[in-house]
Design a protein around this ligand. Structure first.
Ligand code: NAD
Ligand code: IPM
Ligand code: MN
Length: 354
C-alpha cells in the first residue's frame, strides 16, 4: 500500500474533538501508511483573516488522497458564509458529485421506531452533491425596498442529473438492492419532472434493477413507518440533506451518521466527514460521539481499496454498541469522546488479531 496523504480540516466546535479520534484510528490501521497535513481553517481562522481558507486553499488540498473534515460553523460567523466558503466550496470545487450516506441500523445501535427490525433499516442514500437547490444561483433585487424580490434558483443540468442517477443504478446493481428515486414532481414542475424523465431514461440500461419512485413527503412517512421499503436511494441535494438527518434519527442519531463526498473519477480528492455539525451546545466538553467520524474513516478505508479494514471498523463499532458499557451521553452513556474511540480501536485491533 503506497503512502496516503490525508488533508485534515478539523474545523469548528466538536470538529477537532471527533477528528482527533478518527486520526488516532487511521494511525492504528495495519498496512496503511497515512501522512496527515492539518489545515487550521474554519470560523476562528475567518475571524482572524477574513476568509475561511486561504486563496490557494484548494490548490493545497488538491494533491491529497483524501480530505478528512470535522464540522464547520460557529456562532459569530453567518452559516451561509462559513459553509459556502469552506465545506460547499470543496464539494463543488472538487466535483464531489456523489454524497454517499449509509442509513444502516448497526448491531447495538438504538432505534426509536418501535416495530422496526434491525435488518429493516439498511439503506444507502446517494445525494446529488454538486448542483440542484445548492447551486448558489439567485438574486436579491431592490434590497431594503418594498419591491424587494429574492430568487433562489435550483439548477438541474442533464450532465449533473444523469451522472448521479447512473451512479445510483450501478450501486443498486453492485449491492443487489432496489433503487428508489425521491422527488416532488407534483409541485416542482420543471426540475423534478426533468429528474423523473432522466431516471426513466437511464433506467432503460438497467432492466434488472427494481425501482420505486416516491414524492418526498410520502417518502419521509415511509422512512418512519416502513423503512424496509428502501435500499439504494437517489435524490437531489436538498432532499438528500434533509432525509439523511431523518435517516440518522432512525439509525442511532446524529452521533452515528457518516457521509462520503466522492469524485468517482478520482480527478480530485474525495472528502470524508461525519454529517453532523459543530454542535456548539456540547462543544468543548469532550462528550461528542466519535462514532460518526469513525464510520467516515471506514468509508475512507473502502475508498483506499481496503474494504476488509473498513468492515472491521464497523464491526468493532457494533461490538462497542452492543456491550453498551462505553457510550457517550447522546447514547445514554457517561463515557468521553476519547474513551469511546479507544474502545472501538481496541476492538478493531483485537478483531485484527483474531
Ligand atoms: P448539529 O449537527 O451541529 O447539532 C444538532 C444536534 O445534534 C445538537 O443537539 C448536537 O448536540 C447533536 N449532535 C451533533 N453531533 C453530535 C455528536 N457527534 N455527538 C453528540 N451529539 C451530537 O446541527 P445544528 O445545531 O443545526 O448546527 C450547528 C452548526 O453546525 C451550524 O453552524 C451549522 O451550519 C453547522 N453544520 C455544519 C455541518 C458540517 O460541517 N458538515 C453540518 C451540519 C451543520
Ligand atoms: C450536511 C450539512 C450541510 C449540507 C450544510 C452544513 C451546508 O447539513 O452535510 O448535511 O446541507 O449539505
Ligand atoms: Mn445536513
Amino acid at each position: 500500500m503506497p503512502t496516503k496523504h490525508i488533508a485534515v480540516i478539523a474545523g469548528d466546535g466538536i470538529g477537532p474533538e471527533v477528528i482527533s479520534q478518527g486520526v488516532k484510528l487511521l494511525k492504528a490501521v495495519p498496512g496503511l501508511d497515512a501522512q496527515f497535513t492539518e489545515y487550521p481553517w474554519g470560523c476562528e481562522y475567518y475571524l482572524k483573516t477574513g476568509e475561511m481558507m486561504p486563496e490557494n486553499g484548494m490548490e493545497l488540498l488538491k494533491a491529497s488522497d483524501a480530505i478528512f473534515l470535522g464540522a464547520v460553523g460557529a456562532p459569530g460567523v453567518p452559516d451561509h458564509v462559513s459553509l459556502r466558503d469552506l465545506l460547499l466550496k470543496i464539494r463543488r470545487g472538487f466535483d464531489q458529485y456523489i454524497n454517499l450516506r449509509p442509513v444502516k441500523l448497526l448491531r447495538g445501535a438504538p432505534c426509536p421506531l418501535k416495530n422496526a427490525r434491525r435488518e429493516d433499516i439498511d439503506m444507502v442514500f446517494i445525494r446529488e452533491n454538486s448542483e440542484g437547490e445548492y447551486a448558489g444561483a439567485g438574486e436579491r433585487l431592490y434590497p431594503g425596498t418594498p419591491r424587494e424580490v429574492v430568487l433562489q434558483t435550483g439548477v438541474f443540468s442533464r450532465h449533473g442529473t444523469e451522472r448521479v442517477i447512473r451512479y445510483a443504478y450501478n450501486t443498486a446493481r453492485r449491492m443487489g438492492k432496489t433503487l428508489t428515486s425521491i422527488t416532488k414532481s407534483n409541485a416542482l414542475n420543471y426540475s423534478m419532472v426533468y429528474w423523473d424523465e432522466i431516471f426513466r431514461e437511464v433506467g432503460r440500461d438497467y432492466p434488472d434493477i427494481k425501482t420505486h419512485q416516491y414524492l418526498v413527503d410520502a417518502a419521509s412517512m415511509f422512512m418512519v413507518m416502513q423503512p424496509e421499503r428502501f435500499g439504494v436511494v437517489v435524490c437531489s441535494n436538498l432532499f438528500g440533506d434533509i432525509l439523511t438527518d431523518l435517516g440518522a434519527a432512525i439509525s442511532g442519531g446524529m452521533g452515528l451518521a457518516a457521509g462520503a463526498n466522492l469524485n468517482p473519477e478520482g480527478v480530485y480528492p474525495s472528502m470524508f466527514e461525519p454529517i453532523h455539525g459543530s454542535a456548539p451546545d456540547i462543544a468543548g466538553r469532550g462528550i461528542a460521539n466519535p462514532l460518526a467520524t469513525l464510520w467516515s474513516v471506514s468509508q475512507m478505508l473502502d475508498h483506499f481499496g481496503m474494504p476488509d479494514e473498513g468492515a472491521k471498523v464497523l464491526a468493532a463499532m457494533e461490538d462497542v454498541l452492543t456491550e453498551g458499557r462505553t457510550l457517550t451521553p447522546d447514547l445514554g452513556g457517561t463515557a468521553s469522546t476519547s474513551e469511546v474511540a479507544d474502545a472501538v480501536i481496541a476492538r478493531y485491533l483485537s478483531r485484527k488479531a483474531a
